[in-house]
Design a protein around this ligand. Structure first.
Ligand SMILES: *[C@@H]1O[C@H](CO)[C@@H](O)[C@H](O)[C@H]1NC(C)=O
Ligand SMILES: *[C@@H]1O[C@H](CO)[C@@H](O)[C@H](O)[C@H]1NC(C)=O
Length: 629
């Protein structure tokens, strides 16, 4: 019945099942032709109802294989990969594609590279390597695109330097070189991991091959250094490139301005910016203005940021979505939602379409102001305009649930995020882990932590500290200590918050010696204990009537901190009737600071009277009045 008719658009999709769609395809290909059949296929997979129906891909692939049309078969397979990636079933799709070899379809480098790009976009490095292995196993020769994609994946995933180097060498061996984009990624990655020397090594290797570093390579290095905050080195590279006869371009300068701004040296950045404005050859472009606007936003100098927006328009430079989003984010962070909305309207009027980052900025701002319902409404509007939530959108909404202690809804959203193929990052995991730890649900936190490490994500100091706090909260300092010992494996350095949590936890469990050991080691590492930590350790010793140890613990503090802590300690001891030991500390306090805090003094004397220790009180009063006169 479909003979001689281009059928697709005359079919009412609500009336047919996915299985019937497969039948229609089969009938089209055998009765009408492959072009029409393919047309139908594309129409069908544009509809969510059919898009995720596996047989709708398998049958066409098989038919094209049978009819000796491997190109078309590959085309269908690429669609399969894209569709199933959307619902978090990329791995299944990949396996099917690879298995098609057994069905008589030789693998193609084009399809495999396509898969790699999808895999890499989702940050799944391990799967990428699997695909690469399959490629070699099946005799498909990787091309420069293959290597570039995998190298880019490793850089984006923050893999180890040696891994990236291995791939680079494999690539060079085949006679391929990096292109601009990958060069920037690799250089960036090496800089980020602190291996600047390796960049120079790479430049040398390339120079030996007849490609000495050019402006683009140098600019990539300047950019990498600026981003990691090594501004001085960045300027040194700038000098070197000028010495070698290369003229820095506006991108080089923009990288420097961006770096200076990120470091908080906005005024220095602005001076460089003005130099560009005044020069004839290096006029700032849209990126430069945006970098500068971003710098001012970060310092909450929104007036100056707005001024720059005006100035750039006067110069005939058109602000883009990124420029507006930067400014909108700045306003949201300072709580000015009204201006943020105005800017969003304005950008639309100027033909600049807000992207998901723009929405994320405003939605985050709204959530922080408690306007969660409005935030959701705005998002719906964005989705209606064809945008889809990204990792940041999900993380913002998950954080919002976590803030309200609704971990159940947070997990619902998290699951949805995974299902839609949106890869969470460590920040997403940390948000959830921290929320579960606050609710003492350590099992759930552990599971999430394991999952994140399994995915190859790198836990941060914040992740570790949340877990350590959690274990201390449930009285399991053994587990907390074990986690603490693992921190350095991921390059995380404990801070006073981490130590504080651990020390308080240990004190609560009466493991005073271990607490003191940590207390000493944190001071050795140049990390100063906060007021609560100082007080907790000293107080625990006082409770055991070991005032000598308590004093030693406090000895290492600078005078101001010492005085503050001892004041608090005296009040605390007084309120608990430990007048003798409080008196000891009070005298020490007077040695260092002859005019005592009157609140501490009042608390102490009251405690003395309450405990009938009149002589202690009068001794002290005498000393004070003696010193005053
Ligand atoms: C330098 O840039 C060129 C493109 O201009 C690129 O082909 C080359 O691979 C880059 N060199 C390095 C070491 O990344
Ligand atoms: C510490 O790290 C090792 C491997 O790096 C792991 O096997 C162990 O389970 C970790 N310990 C804890 C408590 O997470």
């Amino acid at each position: 019945m479909y003979n001689n008719k281009p059928p697709p658009l005359q079919i009412n999709p609500t009336l047919i099942t996915p299985e019937q769609a497969v039948t229609i395809f089969a009938s089209l290909i055998s009765n009408v032709g492959s072009i029409e059949a393919l047309g139908f296929f594309y129409w069908a997979i544009s509809l969510p109802k059919f898009r995720y129906f596996m047989r709708l891909y398998i049958i066409p692939t098989s038919s094209f294989i049978e009819s000796g049309n491997p190109e078309r078969a590959h085309e269908v397979l690429r669609c399969l990969v894209r569709s199933f990636a959307e619902i978090g079933k990329l791995k299944d799709a990949v396996n099917i594609v690879i298995d098609m070899h057994n069905q008589g379809l030789p693998p193609s480098v084009h399809t495999l590279n396509y898969i790699l790009r999808v895999v890499v976009d989702l940050g799944l490095v391990k799967l990428a390597e699997h695909v690469f292995e399959e490629m070699s196993k099946r005799g498909v020769s990787p091309n420069s695109c293959t290597f570039s994609t995998i190298i880019a994946a490793h850089c984006k995933a923050g893999s180890g330097i040696s891994e990236v180097e291995q791939w680079l060498n494999a690539m060079f061996e085949k006679g391929y070189v990096l292109d601009n984009v990958e060069c920037t990624l690799v250089v960036d990655h090496f800089c980020k991991m602190g291996f600047v020397g390796k960049v120079f090594g790479l430049f040398e290797t390339m120079a030996e091959k007849g490609f000495p570093p050019n402006v683009i390579n140098y600019t990539a290095l300047v950019n990498g250094l600026s981003k990691r905050g090594s501004i001085k080195q960045a300027f040194e590279v700038l000098e070197e490139m000028v010495r070698k006869g290369w003229k820095p371009n506006v991108y080089t300068h923009t990288a420097l301005i961006d770096g200076l701004c990120k470091k908080g040296w906005t005024e220095k950045a602005f001076r460089l910016f003005l130099k560009l404005v005044r020069s004839d050859t290096y006029k700032p472009n849209g990126h430069t203005y945006t970098a500068m606007i971003s710098g001012y936003c970060k310092e909450h100098k929104l007036n100056r940021a707005e001024m720059l927006l005006m100035r750039m328009k006067e110069q005939g430079i058109v602000p883009n979505t990124n420029t507006y989003t930067t400014l909108i984010d700045g306003h949201c962070k300072t709580g000015n939602l009204v201006r943020a909305h105005e800017l969003m309207d304005q950008m639309v009027k100027e033909g600049c379409t807000p992207n998901i980052c723009t929405y994320n900025a405003i939605v985050d701002g709204m959530c922080k102001k408690g306007k969660v319902q409005d935030a959701y409404r705005l998002l719906q509007l964005g989705f209606g305009r064809g945008l889809s939530a990204d990792r940041f959108t999900y993380t913002i909404l998950i954080s919002e649930y976590c803030r309200r202690y609704d971990t159940k809804q947070a997990i619902v959203l998290f699951t949805k995020m995974l299902k839609t193929g949106c890869q969470p990052d460590m920040h997403t995991y940390t948000t959830l882990i921290s929320a579960f730890c606050k609710q003492k649900k350590m099992r759930d936190s552990e599971k999430l932590f394991e999952d994140s490490v399994q995915l190859g994500l790198v836990p941060t100091k914040h992740t570790y500290t949340s877990i350590i706090c959690g274990y201390c909260r449930v009285g399991n300092t053994d587990a907390a200590l074990k986690i603490f010992e693992n921190m350095s494996k991921h390059g995380c350095v404990a801070d006073s918050l981490t130590y504080g949590a651990l020390i308080s936890g240990l004190c609560k469990e009466f493991k005073l010696e271990k607490a003191r050991e940590l207390y000493n080691s944190m001071i050795d590492k140049g990390c100063s204990p906060c007021e609560v930590t100082r007080l907790t350790v000293a107080y625990e010793y006082c409770k055991k009537d070991d005032s000598a140890s308590a004093m030693t613990v406090l000895d290492s503090l600078e005078k101001k901190h010492w005085i503050r802590t001892v004041n608090t300690l005296v009040r605390k001891l007084s309120s608990e009737g430990k007048v003798d030991i409080a008196a000891l500390f009070f005298h020490k306090l007077l040695d260092k600071d002859p005019s005592p805090d009157h609140v501490t003094f009042a608390a102490f004397t009251t405690a003395c009277y309450d405990n009938h220790k009149y002589s202690i009180a009068s001794d002290l009063s005498e000393r004070i009045s003696g010193e005053i006169t």
